[in-house]
Design a binder for this molecule. Sequence first.
Ligand code: ADP
Ligand code: MG
Length: 156
Amino acid sequence: MEHVTKSPEETKNLGHFLINGLSFEKRKGAIVIALEGELGAGKTTFVQGLARLLGIEAKIKSPTFNLIKKYHIKLPKRLQKTKLKILNSRFLYHLDCYRLKNHKDLLVLGIKDILKNKENVLLIEWPERVKKILPPKHIRIKFDHINKNTRKIIIK
Ligand code: ADP
Ligand code: MG
């Protein structure tokens, strides 16, 4: 699936496409979403949109100082009968590997347990730095900066 968005708001709304277009039922552990793209490409903006969709009220910023942040999913009533409910996800983790040199730094954060738990959604910025921890079945989203307000976003 390829999308061209012309504003941050349009990128935030792509969460809907992701949830509706993909099947998560057969997964063994957490839903893992790898977000690729340069600085400013829109990865964090996308996370903000998905978090809003999942009823997370906290403001999501790039976890610059903390490598990883955890949020509680609180599905809005109107979404509880939709596919989102099937996901049964309870926690969203936002991981930013920009400052990371080695995937081993993630082990102390308990990444193995986070990945094992089916109740988790794990969004990873700069996933190419932690390839070794990515499960075989993960979703890849690639963000391309086209111009000031335009981004090309490919969901694989
Ligand atoms: P990243 O996490 O990939 O470094 P951010 O999401 O933090 O990127 O930043 C993207 C920046 O680009 C934000 O300042 C956002 O307002 C701006 N922007 C402009 N147009 C778009 C768009 N179509 N989609 C996403 N962000 C956009
Ligand atoms: Mg970011």
